[in-house]
Design a protein around this ligand. Structure first.
Ligand code: SF4
Length: 67
């Protein structure tokens, strides 16, 4: 089983940082806004953006799961 990107929706504050940094992987939806993982495998064309988004998330809501 491979790693999957998951977002803790309790922790997510919908700031949009992840979408700005990695728009192929993250989107925002709902009211209140929450992160939506569009591509749990990450963006193979730009794996660094996902790691950067994880680092920059203000609530550390984005993690890898599985493996
Ligand atoms: S950067 Fe973190 S807190 Fe902000 S929208 Fe993305 S998952 Fe939510």
């Amino acid at each position: 089983m491979s790693h999957m990107v998951v977002v803790d929706l309790e922790a997510c504050i919908g700031c949009g940082t992840c979408r700005s940094l990695c728009p192929k992987v993250f989107a925002l939806r709902g009211d209140p806004r929450k992160c939506l993982v569009k591509d749990p495998d990450g963006d193979p064309t730009d794996p660094a953006c996902l790691e950067f988004a994880m680092d920059m998330c203000p609530t550390e809501a984005i993690t890898w799961q599985g493996g």
